[in-house]
Design a protein around this ligand. Sequence first.
Ligand code: PEP
Ligand code: MN
Length: 377
Amino acid sequence: MILILTPNLNTDCEEYRHLMGALSNLQNIQARVHREQGMEKSVTEIYLIGNTASLQIEDMKALPCVEHVVRVSEEYRVLGRHKADNRATFFDYNGVRFGQDTLNVFAGLCAVDTPEHVELMMRALKENNQVCTRMGAYKPRTSPYSFQGHGKKCLPFVFDLAGKYGIKVIAMEVTHESHVVEIHEALDATGNPTGVMLQIGTRNTQNFELLKIVGRQQEFPVLLKRGFGITLDESLNAAEYLASEGNRNVVFGLRGMKTSIGEPHRNFVDFAHVSVVKKLTRMPVCVDPSHSVGARSTGPDRILDIMHVTAQGIIAGANMVLVDFHPVPSQALVDGAQALIPKELPYFLEDVQIAREAYEKRVALSERHNSKVMGDR
Ligand code: PEP
Ligand code: MN
């Protein structure tokens, strides 16, 4: 059960002490407090864990400071959508909103190589009014002999350049606790010119110890990629690990499933699950067309498959697009075959806009249809 307290609550007040006293008297029930400072207001929620079936919603609502009570089902307690659940479906980070109603594009390098390439990319982003990007510093690779990413060495120039070109959020994969510390330290050392969204890659979706560590910090939001060979439910539970440890600023990423059925694409595109994840949880949903398709193949209409599946994700309501670009794909150290080039960025973004407008029209159409059906009843 979740008690949502009155917004902007000062927890130093007498009523709050009464509330906590009353909760501590409940038998076999633990209360976990979660506070979230948003741009407009602060939210305090209390998670009651244990034998909550015996509690009455009305009794809990009558306690001081309690504005709303949600009885959660077993599934995805923190991130899930439950009956009468009016909790937010967005979060703000470094001036950027991530929600189930917004759309952010993260175009950038799969793996950071040279400062020149990073700068060319960042400049193209700025020229196209983009404030988010992807920049891989720690790369989990199939072969131990493949390039593993420059690691912490590249962070200072990546962050400096991000600041120079007005980038506010960089999606960056981490595979180990030390990477989170290194990112934090490098941001500090460069004067915090940008922000980072920590990415948990598909190979680590069920690395529970990593999830717990990343979940315990609340400085950085997290992009959790769906595991490529596990069920959706298992991947959503992985996201719940982050939230249960305290970090609920989580975006859920679809990136295709590993199966030969998806050939000739690198992975079987799973963007039909965009609306499923949005219904089951309050997380914004990201699609990664690059790792799904894996190549610059085109249809007979000469549209890249990567752009076709991007549009498929967006027209179904996706909230974030993570897409590989590289100024000189032939020189990319990772995944050059699937990279778009900066010259294609305005074209890509215009295509994204077409799909987004189509989605918005579809939502409006469905609202008109549903209110007519209701009126006819
Ligand atoms: C990536 O985004 O660079 C990546 C490795 O993705 P995934 O974990 O989905 O393979
Ligand atoms: Mn890649």
